[in-house]
Design a protein around this ligand. Structure first.
Ligand SMILES: *Cc1c(COP(=O)(O)O)cnc(C)c1O
Length: 425
């Protein structure tokens, strides 16, 4: 698409946008009586208007049925984790038996590491990316410590050669170099800081070549871009639902475990009563028989209220379709990049850390501001642009195709330019 740096161009794109109706499905926060420009869906997605009624339904069911709500009502709570499977399978490109929503992200990372970190002889090393999200780093570290493996010696923290983003070969070569000492690589789908989208297929294939598992934290990938975890033979993944998936603060997380692992009843796992075969769960005989598929990894009965909010949001993803969302996202983020680079004044004052290849990123551009970044960020917030700040001098700008517009991207750049005139240059 050829872009233009004019408000009319942005407006025309909005008029032509086949997904434009979805913005009205969300509550857009206001500041000084004006809708904010919300570019923070990578941190906490906005609330769908229908969320309230989804939650209200469960409150009503509880009110009317009490404990019998587990078996009565439209969506009985005993099976509650089933009602999101179709949508989640679509979003990750997996089978229904490979996905389930449960717990929170860090908890799920721990459960998955308990299953997939299986040090054996000299195969003890784990590889993560430099600058990994602290929770992921801590989770890996604690499993190594728990099993008596020194993270100092055996945790490989891979740094990108250019200090910003990775070439895929840097990762695959590092995997091959470690060979049979590598037990596991845990990488993000999309890196939270740089916004880089990794070639999960190439990373997994290479890990499998040396006999290691490859798992992915999809916190910044879910609802951001389409994925194909089953066909790409990804071992496991976990995500949270409150970022691009708009399922509310602290909302329920989800996991994927590939069929070839989750269909193996003897695959190592931490057990809870909800992972027990649902047909005999209530026999309470303490003889663990796993549920079929990934449901064997469940520990507890569903957090129904949080999952109700998840259902509301997933319904909107089903209506919009991830392919159409991605199509718009490529143009929307492409437009942001174009405006940031085509304006001489702005481009002299910033550096975009996120890869320029659209296939190697999702919605988010991470923008390094050369001078007075914090003042510029504060100025953006004061003028009703909501985005986030990461030390030392980076703003993460994430226009989401679900509810953001080309006009907002245009207006954001106008506000940014005015601030650069005051604080930059
Ligand atoms: C957002 C995020 C988390 C947050 O973990 P919670 O357990 O949901 O609090 C963890 N890891 C990554 C990579 C994230 O982006």
């Amino acid at each position: 698409m050829t872009y233009q740096n004019t408000p009319d161009f942005a407006k025309t794109q909005d008029q032509k946008d086949p997904l434009s109706r979805f913005r009205k499905e969300y509550h857009i926060p206001k500041k000084n009586n004006k809708e904010v420009i919300y570019f923070c869906g990578n941190s906490l997605g906005l609330q769908p208007k229908r969320t309230e009624s989804f939650i209200q339904n469960e409150l009503q069911s509880w009110k009317e049925h009490g404990v019998e709500g587990h078996f009565d009502g439209d969506r009985p709570w005993a099976e509650y984790h089933h009602f999101s499977k179709k949508s989640l399978a679509r979003l990750v490109g997996g089978l229904e038996e490979e996905v389930v929503c449960m717990n929170n992200l860090t908890t799920n990372l721990h459960l998955l590491l308990a299953s997939f970190y299986q040090p054996d002889g000299k195969r003890v090393k784990v590889m993560i990316e430099g600058g990994a999200f602290p929770s992921d780093h801590y989770a890996v570290e604690s499993h190594m410590e728990h099993l008596g493996v020194s993270p100092k010696e055996h945790l490989i923290v891979l740094q990108p050669a250019d200090g910003k983003t990775f070439r895929t070969e840097e990762i695959t070569e590092a995997i091959l170099k470690r060979g049979d000492e590598l037990a596991l690589i845990l990488f993000p789908g999309v890196q939270y800081y740089s916004g880089q989208y990794f070639d999960m297929k190439a990373i997994s294939e290479t890990a499998h070549q040396v006999g290691a598992f490859a798992g992915f934290d999809l916190a910044h990938a879910m609802g951001n871009l389409p994925m194909n975890l089953h066909d790409e033979n990804i071992d496991f993944a976990a995500w949270c639902s409150y970022k691009y998936l708009n399922s509310g603060p602290g909302g329920v997380s989800g996991i994927f475990i590939h069929q070839r692992h989750c269909s193996d009843p003897n695959f190592p796992k931490l057990k809870g009563w909800w992972g027990h075969d649902h047909n005999t769960r209530f026999n309470m005989d303490n003889q663990f028989v796993p549920n079929p598929g990934v449901d064997a990894w469940m520990l507890s009965n569903s957090n129904v209220i949080s999952t109700a909010a998840h259902h509301a949001s997933l319904e909107l993803f089903d209506e919009a379709g991830m392919a159409a969302l991605r199509k718009k996202s490529l143009s929307l983020t492409g437009y942001l990049e174009y405006l940031l680079s085509s304006d001489d004044l702005i481009s002299r004052n910033i550096d975009i850390l996120t890869p320029t290849d659209p296939e190697a990123r999702g919605c988010q551009l991470s923008v390094f501001i050369a001078k007075n970044g914090k003042q510029i960020y504060d100025g953006l917030i004061a003028q009703g642009v909501i985005l986030d700040w990461r030390e030392p001098n980076v703003i993460r700008v994430a226009p989401t195709p679900m509810y953001n517009t080309f006009s907002e991207v245009y207006e954001f750049c106008q506000i940014l330019k005015a601030l650069v005139i005051i604080y930059g240059a």
